[in-house]
Design a protein. Structure first.
Length: 365
């Protein structure tokens, strides 16, 4: 082919590309997500919440073909801030960052990603009212802050108390509680659920509520002090599984006949937790639910149209002696086989809000 004919061919190709109505299919893009995990990769005395949250997020990411990177701050909020800054300064930033308002650090971390292409979603601990007054709400001044996903803590704790009251029977409830750090929104919300239930029930007395550090040893000490102070107590509740184990140890030492409830759960081993009356399953799915929302958002289906920018999810289930074995099997032994794609509205179009629940997961054999 001579030079003149070659030029004609090139012009024809350019003309076709410019004026053809046919568009090439987009190249699939695997989103890169960084999870700034405030906890540890393993249990160091404060429970399995953060390790299990990350594990379930990883399973969800694999279900959707997404790339998840987890950075652990080892419960050091200053380290978490440094990690956030490092991610924000990367030459190739992630598509999305999942962060937690641990010790109210999310506001500062959000500012690090302002003006970048990275979108941020907040989970577990919401912004406080004061923080929202300062920075606004999702997709306002902080346009890269696309959403917040939290658990309906009061509703879950309400169910736990309802079960404890049912088991207690005709006795007058005498309640003591141990919740998490005073400055952590979620610890206050779990305590609020207890107060709400007791007020609606119209019976029972809340003898004392102690704030703790989420650990077993601290909870054991606090429970021992309160049990000595209130020998009439017949219900003790704790805001996480580790603190519930501390309460159980204290109850055993005092030889007390007390119902023990936990607003979160971990494996029922039949050893340390054999006397745990009831718990809730399971808070650590919150990160996996967020992954579902991010997958849909990345594919053009905005979760804001199905529940809003602030998603408060009511999915906590009562775990007791009747369903504990099945729960353990599904969540701990068969974790990697959980199919989170069933919750995607992009893959399974439907109207209304997202229907996150353990029911389809527990049902599957």
């Amino acid at each position: 082919m001579d030079r003149r004919n070659l030029l004609k061919v090139i012009l024809i190709v350019i003309s076709f590309l410019c004026f053809s109505n046919v568009r090439a299919a987009p190249v699939p893009h695997e989103p890169h997500i960084v999870f700034l995990n405030p906890g540890e990769p393993v249990d160091r005395g404060k429970g399995m919440f953060w390790p299990l949250t990350a594990r379930l997020m990883s399973v969800a990411a694999k279900s959707f073909g997404m790339n998840l990177e987890v950075l652990y701050a080892e419960r050091d909020h200053l380290l978490m801030l440094r990690q956030a800054k490092s991610v924000a300064l990367r030459a190739e930033r992630p598509d999305y960052v999942v962060m937690v308002n641990e010790k109210q650090t999310a506001e500062e971390m959000l500012r690090l990603f302002a003006g970048t292409s990275t979108k941020v979603i907040l989970i577990h601990n919401d912004m406080t009212t004061e923080q929202r007054h300062e920075i606004g709400n999702e997709r306002e001044k902080m346009s890269h802050w696309i959403g917040t996903v939290t658990t309906d803590e009061p509703s879950g704790t309400y169910r736990m108390m309802d079960e404890l009251y049912r088991i207690l029977g005709d006795q007058e409830p005498q309640v003591i509680g141990i919740t998490g750090a005073r400055g952590t929104p979620v610890s206050l919300l779990r305590a609020q659920g207890v107060t709400d239930y007791m007020a609606e029930a119209g019976k029972g007395k809340q003898l004392q509520l102690a704030f703790g550090n989420w650990g077993t040893s601290d909870a054991q000490t606090k429970a021992s002090v309160m049990l000595a102070r209130y020998p009439q107590a017949n219900i003790i509740w704790a805001a996480n599984y580790s603190m519930a184990l501390g309460a159980l140890q204290s109850v055993a030492e005092h030889g007390s006949d007390i119902l023990v409830g936990s607003t979160a759960t971990a494996p029922y081993t039949g050893k340390d937790d054999k006397n745990l009356t009831v718990s809730l399953g399971s808070h650590f799915f919150i990160g996996a639910w967020a992954m579902v929302l991010l997958y849909d958002y990345h594919n053009g289906l905005d979760f804001a149209e199905h529940g809003g920018l602030r998603q408060k999810l009511d999915y906590l289930s009562v775990i007791n002696s009747e369903n504990a074995a099945r729960y353990y099997q599904v969540v701990y032994e068969q974790t990697d086989t959980i199919d989170f794609t069933v919750f995607s509205k992009y893959l399974h179009p439907s109207s209304g809000n997202y229907a996150f629940s353990l029911t389809p997961i527990m049902r599957k054999e």
